[in-house]
Structures are given as structure tokens and as C-alpha cells.
Design a protein around this ligand. Structure first.
Ligand code: B4P
Length: 190
């Protein structure tokens, strides 16, 4: 199985590159951001709780996202592999993912990190906020809070995969196709 973790700060292009990877490799896309927004749009209790945190630029509790991913893995037992987009976002989530995959005789193939500077991140997210309707994209203060959450809680997840020799970093600035070519090159090395 090809199991990829796409990593990077908010707006780094994880969702954008995931779409291209799905087309090429036929993997199942698991975006915890999309799953949470799905819960919000259905008005579930989980969605109502998550919305308060997401609108403020904060992470939702580990147990919530780990439960969602576990359900999705169970629902896709015959998949060729998965793209984990926006998950794991804490070391506790990374440990839980390893355990979940191990129980299915599988493992992460590698983490690919997209490096983008803070000015470009803010620019991309504010641009998307103009028509996405996402409250967390509309306000520079919330965007900065999301980047801070990333630096405080998510950046250490890179170390978890470095220790397993599964970490590769690429330049996330440039055209979408250039970045995809760099990701593809990494996948070819697995
Ligand atoms: P996510 O939905 O994961 O979103 P993201 O980090 O904002 O975006 P991504 O990196 O996917 O950027 P995209 O490709 O869309 O998270 C939202 C929130 O959900 C979090 O803040 C948190 O509250 C919660 N959450 C999600 N997962 C969680 C977890 N595991 N644990 C706890 N909480 C969790 O690109 C952004 C923009 O840039 C787009 O407009 C795109 O068109 C543009 N773009 C992309 N590539 C470009 C390029 N090369 N050049 C120019 N623009 C580009």
C-alpha cells in the first residue's frame, strides 16, 4: 500500500496537491479538515463543537479526529492506499495513526512536507477567503493563530517521521505543477 502523509502549515497546498495525487495514484483522500467541515454542514453535535474551535483557528481534540480516521480506514478496507491530508497534526495523532495502521498490517510509506513562507501563506488564505466562505480564511488575525497552532503543536510531528527515516521536505513555493512534479519524484523513490 502507498500511504502518504502530506504535511505543511495552513495554506501550504496540501489539499491542492492531494487532488492531483488522487488522479494519478487512485488513492483514498482523507482530509480531516474536509471531514470536519462535512460534520459542520450536517449540523451534527461533533460539527457544532468543532466549528467553535476551527473558527478561532484552534485544533479540535485529538480523540475526535482519530475516531474519524479510524472509521474511514475501516470503511475502505480494499483501498490501494491513502493520502492523509492535514492529519496527523499532533504527535499523539501520529502515534495513534501508527497503531491503527499496524493493526491492519500496514504502515506510513512517507511524509512529504511542503515548505511555504508565512507571507505567502497569509496571501493564499486571504485570497481563498474571498470566495470560500470559510470563516477561518477571512481574517489575518485568525490565520496567524492557525500558523501559531501549527508551529506549537504540529511542527513537532515532522520529528516523529524523521526518527523513522520517513520524512522528506520540498519547496512548496512555485506553480502547482512544479510542486506536484517534486512530490512525484519523492514517491518514485519509495
Ligand atoms: P485544513 O482543512 O486541513 O486546511 P488548511 O491547512 O487550511 O489547508 P491546505 O494546506 O490543505 O491548503 P490548500 O491546498 O487548500 O484545516 C482547517 C482546520 O481544521 C484547522 O485549522 C483545524 O481547526 C481543523 N483540523 C483539521 N485537521 C485537524 C486535525 N488533524 N487535528 C485537529 N484539528 C484539525 O491551499 C490553500 C490555498 O492556496 C488555496 O486557495 C489554493 O488554491 C492555494 N494554493 C495551493 N497551492 C498553491 C500554489 N502552488 N501557488 C499559489 N496558490 C496555491
Amino acid at each position: 500500500m502507498l500511504n502518504l502523509v502530506l504535511f505543511g502549515p495552513p495554506g501550504a497546498g496540501k489539499g491542492t496537491q492531494s487532488q492531483k495525487l488522487i488522479e494519478k495514484y487512485g488513492l483514498i483522500h482523507l482530509s480531516t479538515g474536509d471531514l470536519l467541515r462535512g460534520e459542520i454542514s450536517q449540523g451534527t453535535e461533533l460539527g457544532l463543537e468543532a466549528k467553535k474551535l476551527m473558527d478561532e483557528g484552534l485544533l479540535v481534540p485529538d480523540a475526535v479526529v482519530i475516531g474519524m480516521i479510524s472509521n474511514k480506514l475501516d470503511a475502505n478496507k480494499t483501498a490501494k492506499g491513502f493520502i492523509f491530508d492535514g492529519f496527523p497534526r499532533t504527535v499523539a495523532q501520529a502515534e495513534a495513526l501508527d497503531e491503527l495502521l499496524k493493526s491492519k498490517q500496514s504502515a506510513i510509506s512517507g511524509m512529504i512536507a511542503l515548505q511555504v513562507n508565512d507571507t505567502e501563506l497569509e496571501h493564499r488564505l486571504l485570497l481563498r477567503g474571498k470566495d470560500s466562505g470559510r470563516p477561518d480564511d477571512a481574517n489575518p488575525e485568525i490565520i496567524r493563530k492557525r500558523v501559531k497552532e501549527y508551529n506549537d503543536k504540529t511542527a513537532p510531528v515532522a520529528g516523529f517521521y524523521k526518527d523513522q527515516h520517513k520524512f522528506t521536505s520540498i519547496n512548496g513555493m512555485g506553480s502547482i505543477d512544479e510542486i506536484f512534479a517534486a512530490i512525484d519524484h519523492v514517491i518514485a523513490s519509495y
